[in-house]
Design a protein around this ligand. Structure first.
Ligand SMILES: *Cc1c(COP(=O)(O)O)cnc(C)c1O
Length: 381
């Protein structure tokens, strides 16, 4: 048995991040400032997109995207049932209706055929999620968007670094939201970003993220002289700080090598779990880069343990795991408000009940991984 608990999704923080945070603290400029701007430019360049705005979270990015696109009461937004609850909550906060769509078996991605069938005259947008870091089919998505005049907001919380046919997720002309939460592929502790090809929209997002002020606070207090601000619409308080961006500036350059490490662990899991009563994730689609954010296994129906018994057994063996996710339709708020039953979303329900995510991060070593496999074998073989 391991000596220490293997924490699921524990971030890797290097000396460069620590030094950059200290530099910010010593400089006195700890709020939104030049490091946020640098990180925004670095991110836009990495993704290959014109505009990027850093925010306090991906949730904030999703909420602001609803506001910036004018999604509101009476509108419907197609959202996968199999996602983190923030995707659906953002639609709910806009006063619009999230219309849930079931998943494709295996990948768990939103079923675009079912999404198309769910379109009504009220459908204003679709919010696909690149679940686990696997890109949704962006060609089919673009056809759906263009044929039905929909806005697309990509929830790319798992997918920074993923590619579809040689282009990064975020570079397909849609509003795209990224997360830098602690467990994501890179972290700024809390943080997120919205990227877009539209400068006017990006400017509006920046304004909405800071009370609706006509100028950012850091511009007001810079040495260029005092400037009065004007409020042109009521905004929120969703800005990122330089302390957070200080981390991002050193995390982002590591991302591609970290994805490669994740892919290596992925291949080892695929090989070592062979023979256990679990389905491993389908391989990445040709001509794509999977961001390898989550390694999901689905327990066979005739496995000797339930998923929750397996989670408990792994915890007792000092292995931290995750559940991604309990479907939106299974949470009481959504279930009761929209009268949903599990049978309406059979694939998302099966994922909710039978999958778990195994440790997969740049901090996980092959020795750690061997412990995970040994514990699983002990419990399942
Ligand atoms: C983590 C996550 C979010 C929310 O990200 P935050 O930065 O924590 O707000 C949204 N959608 C999905 C799919 C996520 O995994």
């Amino acid at each position: 048995m391991r000596d220490n608990f293997l924490v699921f999704g524990s971030p890797l923080i290097g000396d460069a991040e620590i030094a950059e945070v200290v530099d910010s603290l010593r400089s006195g400029w700890i709020g939104t400032g030049p490091k946020v701007q640098r990180f925004e430019r670095m991110l836009a360049e990495y993704v290959g997109v014109r505009e990027s705005r850093c925010l306090s979270s991906c949730t904030a990015a999703l909420i602001l995207s609803m506001r910036a696109l004018g999604v509101g009461p009476g509108d419907e937004v197609l959202v996968p049932a199999m996602t983190f609850i923030a995707s659906a909550n953002a639609v709910e906060h806009a006063g619009a209706t999230p219309v849930l769509v079931d998943s494709v078996p295996g990948t768990g991605l939103i079923d675009l055929e079912q999404a198309q069938a769910a379109i009504t005259p009220r459908t204003k947008a679709i919010m696909p999620v690149h679940l686990a870091g696997r890109p949704v089919d962006l060609d089919r998505l673009a056809r759906l968007r263009d044929e039905h005049g929909l806005h697309v907001i990509e929830d790319a919380a798992h997918a920074l670094g993923a590619q579809w046919q040689g282009r990064k997720i975020g570079a397909f002309g849609n509003l795209t939201a990224f997360s830098f939460y602690v467990t994501k592929n890179i972290t700024t502790i809390e943080g997120g970003a919205l990227v877009s090809e539209d400068p006017a929209l990006a400017e509006r997002v920046e304004r909405l993220a800071l009370h609706g002020l006509s100028l950012g606070a850091w511009q007001r207090f810079s040495d260029a002289g005092f400037k009065h601000y004007e409020v042109v619409e009521p905004g929120f308080k969703y800005n990122m700080t330089d302390i957070q961006a200080a981390l991002g500036l050193h995390q982002l350059p590591m991302l591609d090598s970290w994805i490669e490490h994740r892919a290596e662990l992925w291949r080892r899991y695929d090989a070592q779990l062979h023979g256990l009563p679990v389905a491993t994730p389908p391989p990445a689609e040709p001509d794509t880069t999977h961001a390898r954010h989550l390694y999901h296994v689905e327990l066979d129906p005739d496995a000797p343990l339930t998923r929750d018994q397996l989670l408990d057994g792994l915890t007792a063996r000092k292995i931290g795991t995750g559940v991604h996710y309990r479907g939106v339709h299974l949470h009481p708020y959504y279930r009761e408000r929209y009268g949903l039953v599990p049978e309406q979303f059979p694939v998302a329900t099966a994922i909710s009940e039978r999958t778990l995510s195994l440790p997969l991060s740049p901090k996980v070593s092959e020795a750690d991984q061997d412990d995970v496999v040994a514990a699983l074998t002990d419990l399942l073989a």
